[in-house]
Design a protein around this ligand. Structure first.
Ligand code: AKB
Length: 315
């Protein structure tokens, strides 16, 4: 029977992935871990405090719970990483290295590790960035993701570690607060709309970025984890795409429900990060290899979030 450890469980993606994994593997078979206290979203989920920069701690939990699969989500996102270079290197790359080593030594069944559209930099094609476009990022976070992808492929090719990965676009959910990403303006904006506040955007109105609703991100993760390994042709990380929009387009989508919603623009250092990333990603290889297909467009996502956000946070 599979037993899954999820690191970074308190982050943006953690709670939602854990819900998805529990549906598939059953409560009790998914162990949440983080350095932070678990919030309400993890009530009833077995939880362990784990600092992923300490390999002995990870190994201890793997042995204690007889873990067979690790879903390694703990990382600094782009904006935070740019301000904390050393921590980003230790956390984003060091911890992946420890987990790949543990997976090899303990003969784990599988590892999932998220990469990002941040692997692409100014040398990549901007519109419809193909799977094999140049990966020469100009950000600390992007460098950590390219390096991680290459380590994943190395551990697969050399030691047979079944590690799978997707390049997430900006992920947008309502069950946790934004966590230091450049795309996180598109999470924050819904909170301000529901509270009736003006949103101050740190990107310019026409900054187009690849994005995805959280439910689609969870679906992509589970679909890839469940895919037949024989069909997987990419062992670095798969491009996946869903929506692509600008701040002024998401504001227009929100105004269909909140006509008085206001946005003002005050670009900061995150503009440069966003400018180095693609506008739109080509995910043909993921669609071919494991039938990836998203469900949400901008307006269906906006409606779903606005229908649920105020109840979730009791605004
Ligand atoms: C970020 O903005 O840092 C992340 C990402 C695109 O990986 N959401």
């Amino acid at each position: 029977m599979s037993k899954i450890l999820v690191t970074g469980a308190c982050g943006q993606l953690g709670v939602e992935i854990i819900n998805g994994l529990e549906t598939q593997y059953g409560r009790g078979n998914v162990i949440a871990s983080d350095i932070n206290e678990p919030g309400d979203g993890l009530t009833g989920v077995p939880f362990e405090f784990v600092d992923v920069m300490n390999p002995q701690q990870i190994l201890g939990i793997v042995k204690k719970h007889k873990i067979t699969i690790i879903c390694h989500l703990a990382a600094l996102l782009s904006a935070t990483a740019e301000k904390n270079i050393d921590l980003a290197r230790k956390l984003n790359i060091g911890s992946l290295h420890s987990i790949l080593t543990i997976a090899k030594d303990e003969k784990l069944e599988k590892v999932f590790w998220p990469s990002s559209i941040a692997v692409f930099g100014p040398d990549a094609k901007t519109d419809g960035t193909p799977q094999n476009s140049a990966c020469t990022p100009s950000t600390v976070y992007g460098i950590s993701k390219v390096s991680g992808e290459l380590w994943c492929a190395y551990y697969y090719n050399t030691f047979g570690v079944d590690v799978r990965s997707v390049r997430y676009p900006g992920l947008i959910g309502y069950k946790s607060l934004p966590g230091g990403g450049t795309t996180d303006y598109a999470v924050d904006i819904y909170h301000k709309a529901v509270k009736g506040e003006t949103f101050e955007c740190f990107l310019k109105p026409d900054t187009r970025l690849p994005m995805m609703f959280m439910d689609d991100a969870v679906k992509a993760t589970l679909d890839l984890m469940n895919a037949n390994p024989d069909g997987l042709t990419v062992r670095t990380s798969y491009n996946i795409a869903a929506i692509s929009f600008t701040p002024e387009e998401i504001a227009a989508s929100i105004r269909k429900r909140y006509p008085n919603f206001e946005i003002v623009y005050k670009p900061d250092y995150r503009q440069q990060i966003a400018d180095s990333w693609p506008d739109r990603i080509d995910d043909t290889v993921a669609r071919t290899d494991w039938n990836w297909n998203p469900n949400y467009d901008l307006d269906t996502m906006t409606n779903h979030i606005l229908d649920n956000l105020s109840d979730f946070w009791k605004y």
